[in-house]
Design a protein around this ligand. Structure first.
Ligand SMILES: Nc1ncnc2c1ncn2[C@@H]1O[C@H](COP(=O)(O)OP(=O)(O)OP(=O)(O)O)[C@@H](O)[C@H]1O
Ligand SMILES: Cc1ncc(CO)c(N)n1
Length: 274
């Protein structure tokens, strides 16, 4: 019998397969972990945008938590689009009842096409109920701006925002830079670790609109490798490289913000040597 690390995504589906739970599952599979799901919502969505969304009843979400907790041995979990206050509350309640290992919160607010995947009242609930439970939170720039309540223009704005978000209760804070290339066309993400150290992770920018599910892919890669037992600092360079390669090695699917290539091969260094 082979032991495999088990993870879970607590999020919403994307009918077109490029983002949300669908992107998470592909990344988890790529990284060799066993993945379960707690479906919080379903979306009718494609690479042009989100056409409709439908929340799962809160009591059913709690049933999903119980089914998983009664049987599986989950080492790490990530959240994605949680849609509204009721769903955020149900997830916080489920987490407190069943704690499924390290919690990574991807505070998805707006899809690439502009549709809202988190209501305004839900943002307060996310801050009060979920962020204090997080091992890691991974906002993109607009999400970080909403969380701290001011615009983030300079590197020092971003550094200060990470400190503020850490004070809200997340152990580690990753602010993703995919929404703004630097003047020399680089995409830089900033991470503040729980021990107070920090680093910028930078790659060249890829000129493409095929960036559907980039954030989900990055945070799922991290979740998978935390479940394998790697520490966060050793995961981050590979997480950034995996996302970069998944964008760069474009696949021809859809006509809008196309999905990533989840077949690319980037593994942790010690796995390369095995
Ligand atoms: N065009 C690009 N070239 C290189 N790296 C990119 C590009 N777009 C995004 N990235 C990287 O992808 C990762 C995800 O960042 P991003 O800010 O796009 O997340 P997101 O907005 O949450 O994504 P999504 O909502 O589509 O899931 C980051 O590491 C970012 O730097
Ligand atoms: C369901 C879902 N989750 C997350 C995102 C953000 O990538 C999206 N577009 N759709």
């Amino acid at each position: 019998m082979i032991d495999v690390p088990q993870v879970i995504t607590i999020a919403s589906t994307d009918a077109s397969g490029g983002a949300g739970i669908n992107a998470d599952l592909k990344t988890f599979h790529n990284q060799g972990v066993y993945a379960a799901t707690i479906v919080v919502g379903i979306t009718a969505q494609n690479t042009y945008g989100v056409q409709d969304q439908h929340p799962i009843p809160a009591n059913f979400i709690l049933e999903e938590f119980k089914s998983i907790a009664d049987d599986l041995d989950i080492k790490a979990a990530k959240t994605g689009a949680l849609l509204d206050e009721t769903r955020v509350h149900a997830v916080a309640q489920g987490w407190q009842a069943y704690n499924l290992g390290k919690l990574i919160i991807d505070p998805v607010m707006v899809a690439k096409g502009g549709a809202h995947l988190l209501s305004d009242p839900a943002i307060e609930a996310l801050k009060n109920e979920l962020i204090p439970l997080a091992f890691l939170i991974t906002p993109n720039l607009p999400e970080a701006e909403v969380l701290v309540g001011n615009s983030l223009e300079t590197n020092s704005d971003i550094i200060n925002a990470a400190i503020k978000i850490q004070k809200m209760g997340a152990d580690n804070v990753l602010i993703k830079g995919g929404h703004r290339a630097s003047t020399n066309n680089e995409y830089a993400d900033y991470i503040l670790y729980e021990d107070g150290s920090s680093e910028w992770l930078t790659t060249p920018g890829i000129k493409t609109n095929r960036t559907h599910g980039t954030g989900d892919t990055l945070s799922s890669f991290i979740t998978a490798n935390l479940a394998k037992g790697y520490n966060l600092k050793s995961i981050m360079p590979q997480a950034k490289e995996f996302t970069y390669e998944a964008i760069r090695q474009t696949i021809n699917v859809g006509h809008g913000h196309g999905p990533l290539n989840h077949w690319v091969k980037v593994t942790m260094e010690t796995e390369d040597n095995q």
